[in-house]
Design a protein around this ligand. Sequence first.
Ligand SMILES: Cc1cc2nc3c(=O)[nH]c(=O)nc-3n(C[C@H](O)[C@H](O)[C@H](O)COP(=O)(O)OP(=O)(O)OC[C@H]3O[C@@H](n4cnc5c(N)ncnc54)[C@H](O)[C@@H]3O)c2cc1C
Length: 512
Amino acid sequence: METAHFVIVGGGTAGWLTAFITQDSARRAGLDLKISVVESSKIPTVGVGEASTAALRVFFQYFGIDEFEFFRETGATFKLGIRHHNWRRKGYTYYGPIDDPHQVVAPPPGASSDYLNIYCVAAGRKVQDMHLFGPLLERRKAPYARKADGSLIPLGPFHHAFHFDQALLGQFLKRKAKGVEIVDAVVAGVERDPESGDIAALVTDDGARLAADFFIDATGFRKRIIVQELNAPWVSYQKELPVNRALPFWLDIADGEEINNYTHAWAQEAGWIWQIPTQTRYGCGYVYSDEFRTPDEAKREVEQLLGREIEVRSDIRFQIGRLETPWMHNCLAVGLSSSFLEPLESTSIHGTIVQMMLFGARFLKHPARMTAADRADYNARVGRQVDDFRTFVNMHYMTERDDTPFWREVKAHRLHPETKERLAFWRREMPKREHFVDFLDGLPHIETQLYYPVLDGLGILDPAVAKAEMARAPSVRAFARKTVDSLVREYRQAATRAMGHAEFLAYVRDNR
Ligand SMILES: Cc1cc2nc3c(=O)[nH]c(=O)nc-3n(C[C@H](O)[C@H](O)[C@H](O)COP(=O)(O)OP(=O)(O)OC[C@H]3O[C@@H](n4cnc5c(N)ncnc54)[C@H](O)[C@@H]3O)c2cc1C
């Protein structure tokens, strides 16, 4: 079949990730593909979004990208998890480390997939303590140590995540995606085939016409093609995800100051503040509900908390939810044009990576051979993925807090039926991996490894249920106790050998 021409509209993180993944997937599939990215120097990228999940590291490894080069070129730092402060109640902190200890210990016969987690809950021990990243988070260390010869050695087999400068990540990916045509233009409309409804060409604001076989809408919140032209229907999560507005600002990192290796998620009176380090500054923002705060009140609240003035970088409102059909005709939407929840748990860039890897591996072919069944299948999988993100994020708001109108409202009215259903189920039976169906071909997704630290941290899991499950298999319980003891010991020791975070970053900068 002849060359297929794909046009990606949007040169933000989503557009460039898509260009990169699609180009590589086509090469692997033997598809002859020309890719163009249309981006507009007149329309800025969203300018926030600086924390990833481990999916970005999976992406780097899969595509052979050197992560040390990435550290150097995007001001990146480690993200080993999230520090949740003041969520369960004021003054209470828990960590959500992103590594999974079950990965390194073969389960004994008869053990369930999550027997170590279940043991910890039964024994009243903190789940986070048996993670390698637990003590590294508490001590703000890197997951690397120095060998006697000065070189680096990773402390475990686990994938970490990153914080980075969002603008530099886009540029980095742009440089890596070689052979992509770049067009600087504003897309102002489309021409459609009157019979099929497919898009025949994009029309730019200066009247130029850009014909192609397939179109990817990565235009951010504008949803320029998928909604403005194709009227894709929207599934709103507005009710159950209570924050809808953000006030971003930066804080400096002083010379010699240790740098957090976590995203700090700091609950406030009407939402929460994120603090995300790059190598030179903290990108921060108060993400709040504008039912409970005006932007001026939000700014005042932050300034009172920090005891200093802040320079607000913008006022971002967002629509919370997802498209019902991100793939319609010969157009597929990705990134902010497809869905957005809120920044908690950094689901957005993760979603883009996984969606495009799924599309590249399972659905990518010449557009002439793509079918309605392909579209329905992709839309169902992506819809389920984003609904799972919603339920996970929604669960973070199941807290003991009732000290402000915002927290009282959240508790009383903002839990999605699926959140309630899962919680009710997990009060009768401990969460297990088999409660999650794999619909993403094994690509990374939110499962028990992320749920446990959060549910445990919020005090939601019932130790009596965990104890009853452990009592059914005394030999598994004995094995779990021994394993957890030795993991805690081993990982505490590893943390004493680990490099400091800032020390690691200096090493990477100095050793090209
Ligand atoms: C407050 C906030 C915090 C966030 N925090 C995180 C986080 O911690 N982790 C995370 O994973 N994600 C986060 N996100 C989401 C993250 O910002 C996005 O997933 C990521 O930046 C990708 O954005 P994008 O490429 O879809 O859109 P954008 O960055 O908005 O890019 C859109 C592109 O489309 C182009 N464009 C638009 N219209 C046209 C047109 N008509 N013609 C031509 N070009 C056009 C623009 O020029 C631009 O290049 C956050 C988002 C918000 C709002």
